[in-house]
Design a protein around this ligand. Structure first.
Ligand SMILES: C[S@@+](CC[C@H](N)C(=O)[O-])C[C@H]1O[C@@H](n2cnc3c(N)ncnc32)[C@H](O)[C@@H]1O
Length: 265
């Protein structure tokens, strides 16, 4: 009976035989193994269906559940939001980003994807005077040398300067503008030294995966990572974060497209 049990994907016959013997020794009835694999396959299938439907798989949380007390915060929102275009964060995400910045009170922040600097400014406005904020975007001159294909409508296609919204603001001195392709950028000097990371660069699966990998390397032992654009319009972001959630406790914030990782949860 045990040899008729369906094999989990990727297992060789030898591995399966060893596994079956191990189960027999431990007195686990073979029917239980059958059931386990059946449930596993059904789950995989429903995950695939959900991916195709574009529905979010990540657990939804209200901000206050993840950051207790944050619902009582007063958050500063940049006035530039009133005339920002579609490439910048919408109001709900901007407010939540500000609230998390306030809650974490980071010594150092790293943002991937500055664009006009609206999110950069929101973080700067809601953190201490001595917070260091690094923000990375493409160098317009080298826009054709990215590792992964470029999306339409990024900073490279625009007429305004990177980070223009924070230029000349009182918060500018906290901000260090960095230039480069995040998929090729040398993040080594920031290893283990960043408290808060915001990922909002190229939305292709491979690029989000690379950015996420680098973010986890940069994160201090107690830190927070936030991703924007977890929604059906960006399947690469959804796929990457759904996969990541199998090993890390990621949650999406209700009423937004933000996903958050808290290392101390
Ligand atoms: C959605 S916009 C960021 C919006 C910004 N966070 C805000 O809310 O104001 C994405 C930005 O990522 C930048 N970007 C795209 N691919 C990148 C890459 N490979 N490396 C660095 N930046 C990249 C684009 O040039 C663009 O300015």
């Amino acid at each position: 009976m045990i040899f008729q049990t369906p094999k989990s994907s990727g297992q060789t016959d030898i591995e399966w035989l060893k596994y079956s013997r191990w189960c027999a020794k431990k007195c686990i009835p073979p029917i239980m193994i059958d059931l386990y694999h059946l449930i596993e396959r059904r789950l995989q299938k429903s995950r695939q269906c959900l991916h195709q439907s574009g529905l979010p798989l990540l657990k939804r949380t209200f901000l206050d559940e993840l950051f207790p007390g944050s619902k009582d915060y007063t958050v500063a929102v940049p006035m530039q939001h009133l005339y920002a275009d579609i490439g910048s964060l919408p109001l709900a995400e901007l407010t939540i980003l500000g609230a998390i910045s306030r809650y974490t009170n980071p010594r150092s922040v790293f943002e991937i994807g500055t664009y006009r600097g609206l999110s950069t400014l929101a973080i700067a406005m809601n953190t201490s005077d001595d917070t260091e904020l690094f923000t990375l975007d493409l160098d317009k001159q080298n826009r054709n040398v990215t590792k992964y294909p470029m999306e339409m409508g990024g900073i490279e296609a625009s007429s305004f300067p990177v980070g223009e919204y924070y230029h000349g603001s009182v918060h500018e001195r906290k901000i260090q503008q960095l230039y480069g392709d995040s998929a090729n950028f040398d993040f080594a000097p920031f290893t283990g030294g960043i408290d808060l990371i915001f990922i909002d660069g190229n939305h292709l699966y491979e690029n989000v995966k690379t950015d996420s990998f680098n973010a986890f390397r940069m994160l201090r032992s107690k830190g927070v990572i936030i991703w924007d654009d977890y929604h059906a319009g960006y399947p690469g972001v959804m796929k990457c974060l759904d996969e990541l959630a199998e090993s890390k406790p990621l949650v999406r914030i209700a009423k937004t497209r933000l996903v958050v990782y808290r290392s101390d949860r």
